[in-house]
Ligand binder design. Structure first.
Ligand code: URA
Length: 427
């Protein structure tokens, strides 16, 4: 049957169901360049507005997997474990987590992405380490994995190329926050990558793409279903993203904080989530007795980090880039910090240069936001609350607009109940 992009767009625009044949055709034609970016943007917006049913999501995911090659790690002597986050602000967890899980005996082939919207990307963060390379051939990836136990790299051009194009397009067309598009994007890459087990970190709250628990549950259940149907042991944790994770949002700033965690320190929420995800990954990989807290404390996770960074051309001892300019936001009142909004902080970091406005834009390694307090802490008027970092000071004004209403300080003694880091588990 002859197909054309306009009828596929119209079908979804008019709330119809896309047939298997329409889905297979549009993904293949987009990957080959026959369907134009503007047509795929319109279809992505129609999907965001009108949704997809389970059959459509499963078919869309299968078509994205089929757009490229599938990898196979079955020859490795260690069980493989992988995790993927749906994206948050200050979410640097992959950086300490991958070497930590490798230090506990699993092989961690961590294919990661770049910043999407107001959320940061693991590859953008690691690229702030002098010399570090995100792009590896499949042979190089296997060699780092065999040598260090963990590898964090970009998915090769051959892996789910349909997602590669669509991901960059969604980032700049306001079409990120669609459950069918997020679920198929993440799961097509993870299934094509060939991991044996997968732990999903589904973020919930203002700084996440899912703002409510109900949406996060739906996304988690959709992805767990897709993984299980393809023979990947898949578990999801729903985790809090109302406030940024840790005390930094921005590329080099987050690398620095991750190294603190690997050195046995770092902010308690980052440590808690890293350990919770590590335990899930190790259990899913058949290593339930491993002790990730010990591997953080005894330096073995740091050893893997150093081997992994070095194997990818990076210098783990090189000073990290620092932004040329900074500006401090001071507390306007004394009291209890009861809210520090993850979305507003993520937008500020993005506006300072940590993220992209167009898919071809470079990011600034040093740009971002440093937090000097977290919700629940007592604040004194005039104390530094946030520091904004950028190489381009004309960005401060626009970034400051985003942080003006990012926090609430209530009268001293106001009761504050912290949200748990892990909200729910879906398997
Ligand atoms: N991460 C992905 O890989 N894809 C999305 O759509 C969102 C987060």
């Amino acid at each position: 049957m002859a197909m054309d992009a306009i009828s596929v767009i119209r079908a979804k625009r008019d709330r119809g169901e896309l047939s298997d044949a329409q889905i297979d055709w549009v993904i293949d034609a987009y990957t080959r360049g026959e369907v134009a970016d503007e047509q795929m943007s319109a279809l992505a917006m129609a999907i965001l507005l009108n949704g997809m049913n389970r059959r459509e999501i499963a078919r869309w995911t299968a078509a994205m997997i089929a757009s490229g090659e599938r990898m196979d790690f079955s020859a490795l002597s260690r069980p493989t474990a992988d995790k993927h986050s749906t994206g948050g602000v200050g979410d640097k967890i992959t950086l300490p987590l991958a070497p930590l899980v490798a230090a506990c005996g699993a092989a961690v082939p961590q294919l990661s992405g770049r910043g999407l919207g107001h959320t940061g990307g693991t590859l953008d963060k690691l690229e702030s380490i002098p010399g570090w390379r995100a792009s590896l051939s499949n042979d190089e990836m296997l060699s780092v994995l065999n040598g260090a136990g963990a590898v964090i790299c970009a998915a090769g051009d051959g892996l789910a190329p349909a997602d590669k194009k669509l991901y960059a397009l969604r980032d700049v067309t306001g079409t990120v926050e669609a459950i069918p598009l997020i679920a198929s994007s993440i799961m097509s890459k993870k299934i094509a990558e060939g991991t044996g087990s997968l732990v999903l970190d589904v973020k919930v709250g203002s700084g996440a793409f899912m703002k409510t628990l109900a949406d996060a549950r739906e996304l988690a259940a959709t992805m767990v279903g897709l993984g299980t149907d393809h023979g990947v042991r898949t578990v999801a944790l729903l985790t809090d993203m109302a406030t940024p994770l840790g005390l930094t949002a921005g590329n080099a700033l987050e690398v620095r904080e991750s190294i603190e965690v690997l050195a046995g320190g770092g902010p308690s929420d980052v440590v808690e989530l890293t350990l919770a995800l590590a335990r899930e990954m190790l259990t899913a990989a058949g290593l339930p007795d491993a002790d990730p807290a010990k591997a953080l404390a005894d330096g073995s996770a740091m050893d893997v980090w150093r081997r992994m960074i070095t194997a990818q051309g990076g210098d783990p001892d090189a000073p990290l880039p620092v932004a040329r300019e900074h500006q401090t936001v001071r507390a306007p009142a004394t009291g209890v910090l009861t809210r520090l909004d993850a979305y507003d902080i993520g937008v500020a970091a993005w506006r300072l240069g940590a993220g992209r406005a167009r898919k071809e834009d470079p990011v600034q390694a040093g740009a971002g936001v440093e937090l000097h307090a977290k919700p629940g802490e007592h604040i004194t008027q005039g104390q530094p609350l946030l520091t904004l970092h950028t190489d381009t000071p004309d960005r401060f004004g626009y970034a400051l607009e985003s942080v003006t209403n990012a926090y609430d300080i209530e009268s001293p003694g106001t009761a504050f109940e912290a949200s748990p880091v892990v909200l729910e588990r879906i398997a």
